[in-house]
Design a protein. Structure first.
Lengths: 306, 163
């Protein structure tokens, strides 16, 4: 009797399984499409590998064709690089800093841009069907690398750590340390308290501002990574929703919008990286001294005028 | 924090893998695109700058050469004009000289001609005289022969002697 019941249950289960629908939902995280040992290869990671291959092909084909008199792809790249360098010069305000930081900012721009655009391409139909605890689910092979927080977080951390290393190389480790833990300001209390008693109030504030700057560095990582992730992921969800409402026609204008958003987000990430590097390479004390010096000059001029 | 990590499936292995991917992209772009392109663009800028400065120098040289050419042409014109004027003067002088010489020669020829004519005239007169004398002598002889007497001969000899 029990055997019969079990058999009946199994048959019902199998029938249910055959009629089970395959779900396709956009998840907040990248889904694994394979494994190498314990390492899960997510669709975002796979897309990023494609990005690396695309960039490899582009750069090698460019390297082969580079000549003194430019033609074709070299012309396009020279135009892009020259324009981007001029823009970077305007952001950094110094050709020296641009020369050092531009390769990193440009690489970030290209990496993010191609990742963003690859996610928009209509390759969503290619993927695997995986059985999960909630039933069968379709997992696409292609998911924009930047639609995974792991990628954007890695980029954000690299950008902020890179900026701090650049700051140490530019102004020195002690000055960089004092930006966050302003021991110099605390030390000035003992030196200047007789001349300027107000330093008893201002120095702790300056010290606290330094701590805030340290917190700000983490905020930079969060803002960089979540801005990019949020925009790209929202774009993918938007496109999927539009396709669900009316396939083919309705997503088209949104695709155009996403192409633009993809470009803008890559641009913002690169420009912010440039800005962080520029800020890190500047010494606050020097600026203060310069300001004081210019103020002194101004006062002197006024006195002369009087 | 744990819920955040589990919600977003933050995996440090993937994080590192993505960082490595970006590192590869950075190296590819830097060594295969930016560095060689910058080098080529720098070289081109240098050669263009060199070309422009060369062109400027050439323009200066050309201007100088033009100036020199104009000066030389002007100098040559002046010299040619002077030479022409001198030649003209010389030619005129020569012309005058030659005219003078020719005039003198003509005058000499004319005077020589006159002299020759006069000597010829004198010669002719003398010859005529001689002929006349011989004719007179002949006529006299014939006359004397026709009147052969001694008185007449005497008279005639005397008269001739008187002459």
């Amino acid at each position: 009797m029990n055997d019969n019941n079990n058999l009946q249950n199994q048959i019902i289960k199998e029938q249910a399984e055959t009629h089970e629908e395959i779900s396709h939902e956009s998840t907040l995280y990248a889904e694994p499409i394979g494994h190498i040992g314990s390492f899960a290869i997510t669709n975002s990671l796979f897309t990023t590998w494609i990005v690396v291959i695309i960039i490899l092909i582009i750069t090698i084909s460019l390297k082969i064709k580079i000549k003194q008199i430019p033609k074709g792809i070299q012309n396009v790249f020279e135009m892009i690089i020259e324009g981007a360098m001029n823009l970077a010069d305007q952001v950094t305000g110094s050709k020296k800093i641009t020369a050092k930081v531009f390769p990193l900012a440009f690489s970030i721009f290209m990496f993010v841009l191609i990742n963003n655009w690859l996610g928009i391409l209509p390759f969503g139909g290619f993927g695997i069907i995986e059985t999960t605890e909630h039933g069968k689910a379709f997992i696409p092979f292609i998911r924009s690398g930047t639609a995974d927080i792991n990628t954007t977080l890695a980029l954000g951390i690299m950008s902020v750590i890179g900026a701090n290393i650049f700051g140490i190389l530019s102004i020195g480790a002690w000055k960089m340390f004092n930006k966050y833990v302003n021991l110099k300001a605390l030390g000035d209390i003992f030196k200047k308290v007789r001349k300027e008693p107000t330093i008893l109030i201002s120095a702790p504030i300056v010290f606290f501002v330094g701590i805030l700057e340290l917190v700000g560095e983490f905020a930079k990582v969060a803002s960089l990574s979540f801005r990019l992730f949020g925009n790209v992921f929202a774009g993918e969800v938007l496109l999927m929703s539009m396709s669900a409402i009316l396939a083919y026609a309705l997503p088209l204008p949104f695709m155009a919008l996403e192409i633009f958003v993809g470009f803008i987000q890559a641009f913002i990430f690169a420009i912010l990286t440039l800005v962080y590097f520029t800020i890190a390479s500047q010494d606050h004390d020097e600026h203060e001294n310069e300001d004081n010096h210019s103020k002194g000059k101004h006062v002197h001029k006024e006195q002369v005028a009087v | 924090m744990d819920s955040f990590i589990s919600t977003f499936h933050i995996d440090w292995k993937i994080l590192i893998a993505q960082a490595i991917n970006f590192g590869i992209v950075f190296l590819l772009i830097y060594f295969f695109a930016l560095k060689p392109l910058k080098k080529v663009m720098g070289e081109r800028t240098k050669s263009i700058e060199g070309g422009i400065s060369d062109a400027k120098n050439n323009a200066i040289i050309l201007e100088k050469t033009k100036q020199e050419y104009n000066d030389i042409v002007a100098k040559a014109r002046n010299e040619a004009h002077t030479i022409f004027q001198e030649g003209k003067k010389e030619a005129e002088n020569k012309k005058a000289e030659m005219l003078e010489i020719a005039q003198k020669e003509v005058e000499t020829i004319i005077s020589n001609g006159k002299k020759i004519l006069e000597t010829e005239k004198v010669k002719m007169v003398e010859e005529a005289k001689k002929e006349i004398v011989s004719l007179v002598v002949l006529a006299t002889e014939k006359l004397l022969e026709s009147h052969k007497d001694e008185s007449f001969e005497k008279k005639a000899v005397d008269q001739i002697k008187k002459i």
